[in-house]
Design a protein around this ligand. Structure first.
Ligand code: SF4
Ligand SMILES: [Mg+2]
Length: 288
C-alpha cells in the first residue's frame, strides 16, 4: 500500500494543537495532486514564509476576498491544458466572510473546485475578532462581553446554492473528513466542506485538547456532521444525536472554553434550544 507523504511538513509555524494542521494533513491524505489556494489567515502563516514552505504542494497565496475567483481561473486554465488537478481553496471563516461574494459566485457558476472553510469561529490571525460563524455568547476582542448575534449557518447557505456537494466535518473526526474529501474529489463541479476547527488560543483551552473539544461539540449536538450529495444525510458520528436524549455534555463543552467564561444557566438553556432548532432545520432537509 502506498503511504502518502504528509502534505504539511514538520517544523511549520502553527501554534501547538492547531486545528488547521490536522485538517491540512487530512487533505493531503485524501486528495491526489492538489493545487491549494489560500487567502489571508492563519494558514498563510502555517504555509511558511518565503523562501521556506511547509505545504508540500503548489500553493497560491491570494488576497482575502479573491480565493474562489482565483481558483475558478486556475481550474479553467488546467482544463484548457487538458490537465486533471484538484483545485482546492483552503480558507478560514474570516476569509469566508470577507470573500463570501466570490464563494457564492463560484458556487452559482458551479465551478469545478473544492472550497474548504476551516472554521475556528473567529478571525484568529488578526487577534481573535468575531466572525459570522462565531458562537453566540463567545468572547472575542470585538465581543468582549460575549457575541450578541447568533452564528450564521454557512454550510446551509451553500446548500441553498444547489451545488453538487456540501458537507460539514470536524478535526475531531478526521476519517470522516477524509471520506468526505474522497467522495468530493470524484464529483465534478462546486464542492464545499465546512470543517469545525477548535482553536486553543482563540477559544482559550489547553493545546492538548483540540480533538477532545471538537468531539465534545459533536456529542452535545452543537456541531452537526452531515453531507449532501443529492440527498442530505447525517454522518455516522452525529447520527445518534438526532435523538435529543443522547446528546451529552453541552455545559461541559462550554465551560471547557475560556471564551464562554461567565455564561449562566439561562444562556445554556437558550443555546440548547438553538441546537434543537438547528437539528429540526436539518432534519427537514433530510426528509425532503
Ligand atoms: S491561532 Fe488557532 S488556527 Fe491560528 S495558527 Fe494558532 S491554533 Fe491555529
Ligand atoms: Mg477563523
Amino acid at each position: 500500500m502506498e503511504v502518502k507523504e504528509s502534505i504539511l511538513l514538520s517544523g511549520n509555524p502553527s501554534c501547538q494543537g492547531c486545528p488547521h494542521s490536522l485538517g491540512l494533513r487530512a487533505l493531503g491524505l485524501a486528495l491526489d495532486d492538489p493545487v491549494v489556494i489560500i487567502p489571508a489567515g492563519c494558514s498563510t502563516i502555517v504555509a511558511g514564509i518565503h523562501p521556506k514552505a511547509t505545504i508540500n504542494a503548489p500553493v497560491l497565496h491570494v488576497p482575502f476576498a479573491s480565493a474562489p475567483a482565483v481558483a475558478s481561473g486556475i481550474a479553467s486554465a488546467f482544463r484548457r491544458e487538458g490537465k486533471k488537478k484538484q483545485i482546492v481553496v483552503w480558507m478560514g471563516d474570516g476569509g469566508a466572510d470577507i470573500g463570501f461574494a466570490t464563494i457564492s459566485g463560484a458556487a452559482v457558476r458551479n465551478e469545478d473546485i473544492i472550497v474548504i472553510v476551516s472554521d475556528n469561529e473567529a478571525y484568529m490571525n488578526t487577534g481573535i475578532q468575531s466572525s459570522g460563524t462565531t458562537f453566540w455568547k463567545a468572547k472575542t476582542t470585538t465581543s468582549p462581553t460575549g457575541k450578541s448575534e447568533e452564528r450564521k449557518d454557512l454550510a446551509a447557505i451553500m446548500l441553498m446554492h444547489r451545488v453538487p456537494y456540501v458537507a460539514t466535518a470536524s478535526v475531531g473526526y478526521l476519517p470522516d473528513f477524509i471520506n468526505k474529501l474522497e467522495k468530493a474529489k470524484k464529483i465534478r463541479g462546486f464542492r464545499f466542506i465546512q470543517l469545525h476547527s477548535p482553536c486553543p488560543p482563540g477559544w482559550r483551552f489547553d493545546s492538548s485538547k483540540t480533538v477532545e473539544i471538537a468531539r465534545m461539540a459533536v456529542k452535545c449536538g452543537a456541531w452537526i456532521l452531515w453531507e449532501f450529495d443529492g440527498k442530505l444525510s447525517f454522518s455516522p458520528a452525529s447520527r445518534p444525536y438526532k435523538d435529543k436524549m443522547k446528546r451529552t455534555g453541552l455545559t461541559e463543552y462550554l465551560r471547557a472554553q475560556g471564551r464562554f467564561k461567565g455564561i449562566d444557566d439561562s444562556d445554556i438553556e437558550t443555546i440548547e434550544k438553538n441546537i434543537d432548532m438547528q437539528w429540526k432545520f436539518l432534519e427537514a432537509f433530510e426528509n425532503f
